[in-house]
Design a protein around this ligand. Structure first.
Ligand SMILES: N[C@@H](CCC(=O)N[C@@H](CS)C(=O)NCC(=O)O)C(=O)O
Length: 218
């Protein structure tokens, strides 16, 4: 079988998104760390992604950018990951919808707050922080209501891969409060899944680099 190679970093939420799928089936792949100690990998990512971001997957002559597209590709090309997206079209729409919700409104608002600290660690822009946290609170409320009326697929799916890293880091930025018990329970369930726990553990050495300061939990 042609080797899959994943360019990413163990502390990167979007890298986790793909790692969770690969780990869930113990897929064989090559991990290419993107950091200053691996300048060739940094150069590859800057060349291949329109904004120089990772993860990136290569498979033979094929290069795929963007985590969701990588998962769509693995769904088609990795025999163990054929269930990442449900076969029933209506269910597939729901899974893809939630993937967008987690990326755009959970991950996106979490990254907005983190970016404010990366831009100026001493004096992060209070307006950016407030906007990001407000966006997270709104997304939490929407997800809490959605979970009250719907169920997620029981197996590892595209939603698992999107939800676990975004909820993990978002909760560090704006804790999920007691008024969202279903969402808090979902985060705990996701963190207990072996492929997610493996990502959390592999990322532990990098926690001191979390720009807001990592909490003493998880
Ligand atoms: N829309 C991209 C977002 C990827 C992204 O934000 N990656 C971050 C790491 S989690 C990154 O590459 N940061 C480094 C940079 O922007 O230079 C995806 O879905 O893959």
């Amino acid at each position: 079988m042609t080797t899959f190679a994943l360019y990413g970093h163990p502390f990167s939420s979007y890298t986790w998104k793909v790692l969770i799928a690969l780990y869930s089936v113990e897929a064989e792949f090559e991990f290419q760390t993107v950091d200053p100690d691996h300048p060739d990998n940094l150069a590859f990512v800057r060349r291949e992604h329109p904004a120089g971001k990772f993860p990136i997957l290569t498979h033979g002559e094929t290069t795929i950018v963007e985590a969701t597209s990588i998962l769509e590709y693995l769904h088609l090309h990795h025999p163990g990951l054929a269930t990442l997206i449900p076969a029933k079209p209506e269910d597939a729409v729901t899974v893809r919808m939630l993937d967008r919700v987690f990326d755009n409104y959970v991950m996106g608002n979490m990254q907005r707050v983190v970016s404010a600290y990366l831009t100026d660690a001493e004096h992060p822009d209070p307006a950016e922080i407030a906007a990001g946290k407000d966006g997270l609170t709104r997304a939490y409320r929407w997800l809490e209501d959605w979970l009250g009326e719907n169920r997620l697929p029981a197996h590892v799916s595209l939603v698992t891969c999107a939800a676990a890293p975004s909820l993990f880091y978002a909760d560090w930025v704006e804790p999920i409060r007691l008024d969202c018990p279903r969402l808090a329970a979902l985060r705990a369930e996701l963190l207990a899944l072996p492929p997610v726990a493996r990502c959390v553990d592999d990322a532990r050495p990098y926690r001191p680099f979390f720009p807001l300061g990592a909490p003493d939990r998880d």
